[in-house]
Design a protein around this ligand. Structure first.
Ligand SMILES: [Zn+2]
Length: 476
């Protein structure tokens, strides 16, 4: 850890010609979450952007008559948390009935049918989720799958109108997080019709960009590759206990035909310049997807996969070789560590201890630089502190070095997987995700420095304050 030098941060800001700050947070440990792990003592904010980061003495001259000054009193300040796979409308409508870890599991399991049937209910659900997320320092999320594929869906939480409601909230300045959305043309968790998805891809590619993409952006599409190992529907090399290998979520008469349909959807979305968020858990599905991406990117004049930032969502059974291939291709591995904790022994019972031991390759993904952490709320709780701890637990369980020095360096990277890296997934690394001059002032204050307590102690560290676009939106 190095302290940022005044020359690169606040030093130049401390001149008479600089405007005074709207907000100054001073006297703490500013964890910038840049790659080097730089630290500072204070941050100044003006016009919703970070004006200066540096030592206390660099920032003090920026305090004017109208500056709100928050004394950090030794607490930690980080960039706002980005939950890069979270169904906010569904979360807001279901709360507190998450699928795992609900306060009343029986009610949660039985909760079915319509949850948000009209515009008003959808708006209320998004606002409800937004308020809860802001209380945990979450300032960005990806809403992965809203669109016509679910206009007849059971819950109403993924209906096309949800996008209209987001637009309305963005225009009114009512959003409590910055939202990236993936459009959904197939059905949720069910088999897609290839032609329907292909026509959706054409429609999405022709759609006008959102007017304020720093608040609401729709860079691409959600596609379902396969389902999950626990229903024996992840498409796998290894057999399940019943001798089957799972399936793909694509309509077709044979697995070969389904595989070709999925590859065609992926190639078409890539060729159209869209980001693909692919729900894929089985190693065979992931291999197919990486082949299709590589093939699409190799076409003359096609964008590179790095430019589009495709995402393998879940990736439970991705092999370590596949993870390294993701890095080569510039494909993100968006994982939910809580799933490993909760379903690990279940997977072992269905696929064998070896399969369970090799699943959830978070350490390999972290080393390859492709790991992005998320909650998948309301499948799991959105409390990111637990999922950072769960990722650490899984990595150590799989043989990761647990010595304090290595664990500390790894904590830095795990925290980046909830801040800087998802900003890259959002194709927004130039303006959010770290505490650096010129970036948006989306910040979170934790009661203690996470490096003092380690990943396993993080869940006990209270979130004290959330700043979004330079405004304090939550104070404990
Ligand atoms: Zn999900």
């Amino acid at each position: 850890m190095t302290r940022r030098s005044a020359a690169t941060t606040g030093g130049s800001a401390a001149t008479a010609s600089e405007p005074s700050a709207d907000l100054v947070l001073i006297g703490g440990s500013v964890l910038t979450m840049d790659e080097a792990g730089s630290r500072a003592e204070a941050v100044a904010v003006a016009g919703g952007r970070i004006l200066a980061v540096g030592a206390q003495a660099d920032i003090e001259p920026l305090i004017g008559a109208n500056t709100r000054v928050i004394d950090l009193d030794g607490r930690a300040l980080l960039p706002g948390i980005n939950d890069s796979h979270l169904h906010a409308a569904w979360l807001g409508a279901r709360w507190p009935h998450t699928f795992f870890g609900a306060p009343d599991p029986e009610v949660a399991a039985q909760l079915s049918g319509a949850l948000a049937v009209d515009r008003e209910a959808r708006r209320a659900a998004i606002l409800n989720a937004g308020r809860m997320l802001s209380e945990l320092g979450i300032t960005s999320y990806t809403e992965p799958g809203i669109g016509p594929g679910e206009d007849d869906g059971e819950t109403g939480c993924f209906h096309s109108e949800v996008l209209d409601v987001y637009r309305e909230l963005a225009a009114e300045g009512e959003l409590q997080q910055r939202v990236t959305m993936l459009a959904l043309y197939g059905v949720l968790d069910g088999p897609s019709d290839v032609e329907t998805v292909l026509s959706g891809i054409r429609e999405r590619a022709a759609a006008a960009p959102e007017p304020e993409p720093t608040w609401l952006n729709v860079p691409g599409v959600k596609i379902f590759g396969d389902l999950i190992p626990l229903s024996r529907q992840a498409w796998t090399d290894r057999a399940y206990d019943d001798g089957t290998h799972g399936d793909l979520l694509v309509n077709g008469d044979s697995i070969e035909q389904k595989a070709e349909g999925l590859a065609e959807m992926i190639r078409a979305a890539h060729a159209a310049g869209l980001q693909i968020g692919l729900h894929a858990t089985g190693d065979r599905t992931i291999g197919l997807a990486l082949d299709a991406i590589a093939e699409a990117a190799a076409q003359p004049g096609a964008p590179t996969s790095q430019q589009l930032g495709h995402v393998i969502i879940h990736g439970d059974l991705a092999t370590s070789d596949q993870v390294r291939r993701m890095a080569k291709l510039g494909v993100w591995f968006n994982a939910q560590p809580g799933i490993a904790t909760i379903t690990g022994s279940w997977l072992a019972s269905m696929m064998g201890a070896d399969a369970a031991a090799e699943a959830w390759q978070f350490g390999a993904a972290l080393d390859a630089g492709v790991l992005v952490l998320s909650s998948d709320a309301p499948v799991l709780h959105f409390d990111w502190r637990h999922w950072v701890a769960a990722a650490e637990e899984r990595i150590v369980m799989m043989g990761g070095d647990a010595s304090p020095e290595v664990a500390s360096a790894r904590l830095h990277r795990l925290l980046r997987a909830y801040t800087a890296v998802p900003a890259a997934q959002d194709r927004a690394a130039s303006w959010k995700g770290t505490v650096e001059v010129g970036k948006v002032a989306d910040l979170v204050v934790l009661a203690r420095d996470p490096f003092e307590v380690g990943a396993e102690g993080l869940p006990e560290v209270p979130v004290d304050l959330t700043v979004l676009d330079g405004q304090v939106i939550f104070e404990r």
